[in-house]
Design a protein around this ligand. Structure first.
Ligand SMILES: *[C@@H]1O[C@H](CO)[C@@H](O)[C@H](O)[C@H]1NC(C)=O
Ligand SMILES: *[C@@H]1O[C@H](CO)[C@@H](O)[C@H](O)[C@H]1NC(C)=O
Ligand SMILES: *[C@@H]1O[C@H](CO)[C@@H](O)[C@H](O)[C@H]1NC(C)=O
Ligand SMILES: *[C@@H]1O[C@H](CO)[C@@H](O)[C@H](O)[C@H]1NC(C)=O
Ligand SMILES: *[C@@H]1O[C@H](CO)[C@@H](O)[C@H](O)[C@H]1NC(C)=O
Length: 442
């Protein structure tokens, strides 16, 4: 009986399962509709007649692992589509400015309304739960152009006047804040001296030029004492301040890189190398120059050997951090919520200072127009490099985390150091003096 019952029930159960499966499949198929994309691309080169539109492919063929809900990823993805050479036809053409309507419809940007502040807040799930600086960043992350308040048009001109460009071997751009007069002065008196600087061993001189990158810190941007007049005096004396009209906050530091690249292209495009760093580091400029001379000579030899006359040097060195993940601790300075960015960081150079070649700086400027602003400047640089297909090179002389404690007071320990973080103005002065007498004692 049991066996008979089993033989009868088994086909019934199997048919039942099959029925359920078929019904579920049909239901899923019916309820699925492909995303509606109504906007079409004009494919230039396809036909001279612009009334013919190339249809947008429904099944995307590039990586569409869009991490749902992360604002930066979505905005970047929209730009990637906009700049996609396959969809857009001409990759070598000029970089298009972002248009008001971006195809995915994620954002409706109020174009160039960064001045009037009539700006939209992009959809971000838990925007009210975010720290203040993150909110401020999201509100202004589409603004990238700010006017110069203090400029140095003659930074790379001979004697500060005339039209003859005088390209420095090393252009030092140091991120500072209005109130840090002491840091700037210590840098001017030590490692950041503009003019002809001798290398440590090679005894070849090189032209170095230093400027300080500042945003705004006055009564209109927070509870700051008004140091405007002092800053003006300082600039009259030293002519090395670049100040832009944006709030100088931690999450706005990326703007300094971006605006500096713009500035560099306009006023000092011939700089061979660029140092970008903070105003609380110590750089052994002479040793750095030796290193850069060597890199430059090698590059030139290679260029002659390969008969490539117009190839720029792609050099980017610093203290490179690999496989970093965003900090998800809400109280941390570097906190990046998951609703803003998902994924790991590309390799990037952190810690107060990096050196890159001038030609790379110009390429970074170009590519940055296609990379959404990211609140952490070091990571943003890594993202731009990644876009160029480059990775930063690690140099053990860049000490983000300082020397081991017992060695800090010993000048000989600095022999192999190029940059060390972090040093107060007073320490800079004493250390610099000691370092000038190194060779005999070490
Ligand atoms: C585009 O096509 C229309 C209709 O086919 C035609 O009248 C027109 O002359 C074409 N324009 C060009 C620039 O070829
Ligand atoms: C691509 O852009 C370059 C430079 O702007 C231009 O000379 C060339 O004609 C363009 N090619 C096509 C197919 O549009
Ligand atoms: C720059 O100044 C030096 C002296 O300081 C002078 O000899 C030289 O002619 C000047 N060069 C130009 C281009 O004015
Ligand atoms: C950056 O500067 C702009 C312009 O001053 C300001 O509106 C914005 O709030 C600042 N962003 C942050 C994160 O402080
Ligand atoms: C180097 O390249 C140029 C053109 O790019 C060519 O005219 C010249 O013959 C080349 N020289 C050698 C040695 O290959």
């Amino acid at each position: 009986n049991g066996r008979l019952l089993c033989m009868c029930l088994l086909p019934c159960m199997m048919t039942g399962h099959l029925l359920v499966y078929v019904m579920v499949s049909i239901f899923v198929t019916i309820s699925y509709a492909p995303p509606k994309i109504t906007i079409h691309y004009v494919a230039p080169g396809l036909s001279a007649n612009t009334s013919t539109l190339a249809s947008h492919p429904l099944g995307p063929f590039w990586n569409l692992r869009l991490e749902d809900g992360a604002l930066w990823n979505q905005l970047q993805h929209a730009w990637d589509r906009q700049h996609n050479p396959i969809l857009r036809g001409n990759a070598t053409g000029p970089v298009r400015k972002p248009k008001a309507k971006i195809l995915s419809g994620i954002e409706e940007e109020c174009l160039s309304d960064c001045v009037t502040r009539r700006c939209w807040l992009p959809r971000l799930r838990d925007v009210n739960g975010l720290p203040e600086q993150m909110k401020a960043f999201v509100r202004s992350m589409h603004c990238r152009e700010y006017p110069l308040l203090i400029n140095q048009q003659g930074a790379c001109r001979r004697n500060g006047s005339g039209l003859a460009l005088e390209s420095p071997m090393l252009f030092m751009a140091i991120k500072s804040q209005v109130g840090n007069f002491e840091n700037r002065q210590a840098i001017r008196e030590t490692w950041g001296r503009s003019g002809l600087v001798w290398g440590e061993s090679s005894r070849t001189g090189a032209l170095v030029r230093t400027v300080f990158l500042l945003g705004r810190q006055d009564s209109s941007t927070g509870p700051h004492p008004d140091l405007k007049n002092l800053l003006e005096l300082e600039n009259q004396k030293y002519r090395d301040i670049l100040q832009w009209d944006f709030q100088d906050t931690f999450f706005n530091l990326t703007l300094k890189d971006l605006l500096f690249w713009h500035w560099l292209r306009q006023y000092c495009p011939g700089a061979t190398f660029v140092f970008k760093g903070d105003d609380d580091v110590l750089v052994r400029t002479d040793a750095l120059l030796d290193y850069l001379h060597k890199q430059w000579e090698e590059h030139n030899l290679l260029r002659i050997y390969r008969n490539q006359t117009d190839v720029g040097l792609d050099l980017f060195v610093g203290d490179v951090i690999y496989n970093a993940m965003p900090n998800r601790e809400p109280s941390a300075k570097y906190y990046i919520p998951e609703s803003f960015y998902k994924g790991g960081y590309p390799p990037y150079a952190g810690g107060g200072g990096v050196v890159y070649s001038g030609s790379l700086a110009l390429r970074l400027k170009e590519v940055s127009e296609r990379v959404r602003l990211f609140p952490i400047d070091d990571v943003y640089l890594g993202m731009c490099l990644h876009r160029l297909g480059l990775t930063p090179s690690h140099h053990p002389g860049f000490l983000t985390f300082d020397l081991p404690e017992p060695d800090r007071g010993n000048p000989c320990a600095y022999k192999s150091v190029l940059l060390v973080h972090r040093r107060s103005p007073k320490k800079m002065l004493t250390l610099w003096k000691q370092l000038q007498n190194l060779p005999g004692r070490c």
